[in-house]
Design a protein. Structure first.
Length: 285
C-alpha cells in the first residue's frame, strides 16, 4: 500500500498527500523536517507535520506576502525577512530593482541547506546575491536587539507552535515596530482564517497599541486548506492600504517583472476580507 503523509495541523481535520518518494527526512536541532515527491504538487516540505511549501503553488504565497507590502510602500530600499528559509520570499524581494539591502534571519540553517538542494527554484540563487545578509539566529532576539532600520519587514514563519510560536507575540511585533523606518510596513503569515480565527484575533489585538493601521490581506493558497490565508498588515501610514489601483499598476509596470498570481487588481482586492473575518475582528460590524 502506498505511503501517505497526513498533515497534523488540526486535531479533527487534515489533508493527506501520496508520497511517491521520500527525498529527505530528519529531526534537526529545532524540528522534524521531511521532503517528499507528490505527483500533484511536486516536491513538498513539511515541518513538524505541517506543510510549509510545495513546488507547484509556492508562487501564490511568496508573491503576495512580498509584493503587497513592497508595492504599497513604493520606495523600500532595506528589507528584513524573518524566517523564510526556503528562499522564496528572498527571491521575490530581490526582484524589486530599488532594493539595496536585505537581512534575512532564519533560526534553522538545515532548512536553508535542504531547500537549496531540493527546492533550488525557490531561492533561484538569491542567497548568493551581494545585497543579502543571512543571519542564523532567533528572530525575536534579533529584532529586540537590532539597531538597524528597515522599510519593510516580512515575517515568513511557521504556525504559532514550536519554534514559530514566539513570532506571534507582542514582544516580537513591538521589536518589528521599533526596527521600521517612519511609515514602514510589517507583513506576517497569519494562518487560514476560517480554521484559525483565534490566531487572527490575537494578532489583531496585539497590533492595537503598536500600529496605527492594522488589518489583513488575503491569498488563496491551494495547500493551505480551509479557505483563504490571511496575511497580517501593520503600519503607521494608513494611506498605504488604500492606494488606488492605478498607482499600484504604475509601480508594478516600472518594476519591470512579471508575476503568476499577484497583479495590481489582486493587490487592491486582497484587503477586502470575507464577512466572517470582519465579524471576528469587529463583532459589531
Amino acid at each position: 500500500m502506498a505511503k501517505r503523509f497526513l498533515e497534523t495541523l488540526y486535531r479533527s481535520y487534515g489533508q493527506s498527500f501520496l508520497i511517491d518518494e521520500v527525498l529527505f527526512e530528519n529531526r534537526t536541532d529545532h524540528q522534524h523536517l521531511i521532503i517528499f515527491e507528490n505527483s500533484q504538487f511536486g516536491r513538498i516540505m513539511a515541518l513538524d507535520g505541517v506543510v510549509q511549501t510545495t513546488q507547484k503553488d509556492e508562487f501564490v504565497y511568496h508573491e503576495m506576502l512580498t509584493h503587497v507590502p513592497l508595492f504599497a510602500h513604493g520606495h523600500a530600499k532595506r528589507v528584513l525577512i524573518i524566517g523564510g528559509g526556503d528562499g522564496g520570499i528572498l527571491r521575490e524581494v530581490l526582484r524589486h530593482p530599488q532594493i539595496e539591502h536585505v537581512t534575512m534571519v532564519e533560526i534553522d540553517s538545515a532548512v536553508i541547506d535542504m531547500c537549496v538542494k531540493y527546492f533550488p527554484d525557490h531561492s533561484a540563487g538569491a542567497f548568493e546575491d551581494p545585497r543579502v545578509n543571512l543571519v542564523i539566529a532567533d528572530g525575536v532576539d534579533f529584532v529586540v536587539n537590532n539597531q538597524e532600520k528597515f522599510d519593510v519587514i516580512i515575517s515568513d514563519s511557521t504556525d504559532p507552535e514550536g519554534p514559530g510560536e514566539v513570532l506571534f507575540t507582542s514582544r516580537f511585533y513591538l521589536g518589528c515596530k521599533n526596527a521600521l523606518t517612519d511609515g514602514g510596513v510589517l507583513a506576517t503569515q497569519n494562518g487560514v482564517c476560517y480554521m484559525q480565527p483565534d490566531e487572527l484575533l490575537t494578532t489583531y489585538n496585539r497590533f492595537e497599541n503598536i500600529f496605527a493601521d492594522r488589518w489583513f490581506f488575503a491569498a488563496a493558497v491551494p495547500t493551505y486548506v480551509g479557505g483563504v490565508m490571511t496575511l497580517a498588515w501593520g503600519t503607521d501610514n494608513s494611506e498605504l492600504r488604500h492606494l488606488p489601483q492605478d498607482i499600484i499598476a504604475q509601480r508594478y509596470q516600472e518594476a519591470g517583472f512579471t508575476t503568476r498570481y499577484y497583479n495590481p487588481a489582486i493587490h487592491v482586492a486582497a484587503f477586502a476580507l470575507p464577512q466572517y473575518v470582519v465579524n471576528t475582528l469587529n463583532p459589531a460590524a
